[in-house]
Design a protein around this ligand. Structure first.
Ligand code: RB5
Length: 149
């Protein structure tokens, strides 16, 4: 599994901590920016991370802004992305088991590094349950076919 990571300036520090964690756990990942000391628009960097998943270059994305909310809005504009802002390990677990989340969004101003790494760990380790949840995720794909031109 290869993971795209990206942030704006408000998420940069937390993204750096997440990158250190992924490296220490042996996960393959690519950082799509931003870099240190930049002030950027979260939309541009969320789009970079989301495009990496749409293209198949990466399997999942972790996107960080101030709250995780703007990044989720952006990522969910991309067909095939199921971006979930997670405020707890429970939410991260459910986002994988029930929603087959392929994009985790977090906030540099709302999550401590310790909280974020707990959420990332659970999100990476939890499998999708399928079954009735597979039927529901398929309905999301059907909505994409209907609404995404
Ligand atoms: C940047 O100040 C902030 O608006 C952004 O990081 C994000 O929280 C938007 O949703």
């Amino acid at each position: 599994m290869k993971i795209a990571i990206a942030s704006d300036h408000a998420g940069f520090e937390l993204k750096t901590g997440i990158a250190d964690y992924l490296r220490s756990r042996g996960f393959a990942f690519e950082d799509f920016g931003c870099g240190p000391g930049e002030s950027v628009d979260y939309v541009d960097y969320g789009a970079k991370g989301a495009r990496a998943v749409v293209s198949g270059a990466c399997d999942r994305a972790i996107l960080v802004c101030g709250t995780g909310l703007g990044m989720a809005i952006v990522a969910n504009k991309f067909k095939g992305l199921r971006a979930t802002p997670c405020s707890s390990e429970y939410a991260a677990e459910m986002s994988r088991k029930h929603n087959d989340s392929n994009c985790l969004t977090l906030g540099g101003r709302t999550h401590s590094l310790e909280q974020a790494l707990g959420i990332v760990r659970v999100w990476l380790e939890t499998e999708f349950e399928g079954g009735r949840h597979g039927r529901r995720v398929q309905k999301i794909r059907d909505l994409e076919d209907e609404n995404f031109k």
